[in-house]
Design a protein around this ligand. Sequence first.
Ligand code: PAN
Ligand code: ZN
Length: 194
Amino acid sequence: MNSESILKAVKLDLKKYTMNPATRKREVRLSELKEYFSNPEAADRILSSGRDPVVYEYYEYSVEEAVGHMTLGLTIIYPGKVGKEYFMTRGHFHQKPAAEFYLGIRGRGILLIQSEDGRTDYVELRPGIIGYVPPGWGHRTINTGRGKFIFFFAYPSDAGHDYGIVKEKGFAKIVVEEKGKPIIVDNPKYAGST
Ligand code: PAN
Ligand code: ZN
């Protein structure tokens, strides 16, 4: 093998649900996400019982965060709820209008997208289903199942992440459990369009 080789085999372990090598690995716990849920008091009840569960974790692999490259990754969202609202990612917009795709690998969930002026759409992800995030749309994923929800993703490496819009305004829709089933409803805390 050439020691200057730029090609690496990136292994998705489809039993342990890991990705190696990874240039980034992150775990996000409930304490970091509390304010993103529509009922932060329900998060406080979990936290005050001494638990701070990992809500999701993700791996990323980038050769270089430069124009033309792609970043690959694997996200694992654990099953759980805060009040009626299912465990979910923080959600973000990309700094540049870059598209992204998600490929469902295990479990079930929802890819929720939102334009900056507050229009929303969603697709249900299951193993083998691909969800496409159009450029300029914010996105969040939600685990609506009883097991782990796992998906592969890819996006342009120079896209950047903007977490500020979601932090300030939230998403217009939330996904909650009603009579044992996921439903998508208006977010009572949504702070309006830009
Ligand atoms: C995904 C997400 C990943 C975690 O890789 O980054 O699922 O979600 P947050 O970044 O919102 O915490 C993606 O959309 N990357 O661009
Ligand atoms: Zn993204």
